[in-house]
Design a protein around this ligand. Structure first.
Ligand SMILES: NC(=O)c1ccc[n+]([C@@H]2O[C@H](COP(=O)([O-])OP(=O)(O)OC[C@H]3O[C@@H](n4cnc5c(N)ncnc54)[C@H](O)[C@@H]3O)[C@@H](O)[C@H]2O)c1
Length: 245
């Protein structure tokens, strides 16, 4: 009998931001595929069957501790999904230093540190990385300049690191969602300014009609990019934004 390349043996999967939204759905999906899943977050509400590890992705020591715990238990990391993130919304002139630094520490430096700490374990099994960037990391988006800059950085981190790690058969890809129905978006909607220029604000809406995108839809893209079906994909920046970009 020939081996089916689509059937993957139990993988060790790390999902950051697994306590809510896209990260929760991603951890749940991998768990459903039979993988051993570790959910790294500052909040412990990860799905059933997922091992919670307290981790602030903005702190090197915290990242080292959590990734080290996975490495000690599994000896390998087949998939690292960097989903943890925070949003920023508002006019450019209202961005404070503290807000700029917080967004960059979590959304850009976080993945830099998790990947760096995971590298020995990714090397152990030719594992792969999926970063959750954003439509704001692909095309210009007003009123989110700190966030756009961080996600643009994450998109280029993805592409550049994919090139550097390709000789080791370690793939690095990104998915760039548009608007997803999660607490992050609900928080923005609740504080939406009313004085925005409609020509700029129009860029924030999906073109395709229909219901809001569910976190599970982005999780499915992450699982695909992490799967053997995507074995020739690295440095890919997948748009999943209903035409926003
Ligand atoms: N929701 C959207 O419309 C949308 C669109 C594009 C991209 N994204 C990206 O998707 C990712 C997930 O967003 P979401 O909408 O599911 O948000 P969410 O708020 O529902 O979930 C984010 C998770 O990240 C965790 N987190 C925040 N700071 C952390 C830290 N310092 N260390 C560890 N964990 C931390 C939170 O506790 C939470 O569980 C983010 O990177 C976000 O930028 C979301």
């Amino acid at each position: 009998m020939t081996e089916n390349p689509r059937v993957v043996s139990r993988r060790a999967v790390v999902v950051t931001g697994a306590a809510s939204g896209i990260g929760y759905a991603t951890a749940e999906l991998f768990r459903g595929l039979g993988d051993t899943v570790y959910g790294l977050d500052i909040v412990s509400t990860v799905p059933d069957g997922v091992t919670y590890l307290d981790c602030n992705v903005a702190e090197r020591a915290s990242v080292r501790h959590a990734i080290g715990a996975v490495g000690a238990a599994e000896g390998r990391i087949d998939v690292l999904a960097n989903v943890a993130g925070v949003a920023q919304f508002g006019r450019f002139d209202t961005i404070t230093d503290a807000e700029w630094d917080r967004v960059h520490a979590i959304d850009l430096k976080g993945p830099f540190m998790t990947i760096q700490e995971a590298l020995p374990y990714l090397r152990a099994c030719a594992g792969n990385v999926v970063n959750v960037s954003s439509v704001a990391g692909r095309v210009p988006q007003g009123y989110t300049v700190a966030y756009s800059a961080a996600k643009g950085g994450l998109t280029q981190l993805t592409r550049s690191l994919a090139l550097e790690l390709a000789p080791e058969n370690i793939r690095v890809n990104a998915v760039c969602p548009g608007t997803v129905d999660t607490p992050l978006v609900a928080g923005i909607a609740a504080n939406f300014p009313t004085d925005l220029d409609p020509r700029v604000a129009a860029r924030l809406a999906p073109m395709l009609p229909g219901p809001a995108m569910a976190p599970a839809e982005v999780a499915a893209s992450i699982a695909f990019l992490a799967s053997p079906d995507a074995r020739m994909m690295t440095g890919a920046v997948l748009a999943q934004d209903g035409g926003m970009s």
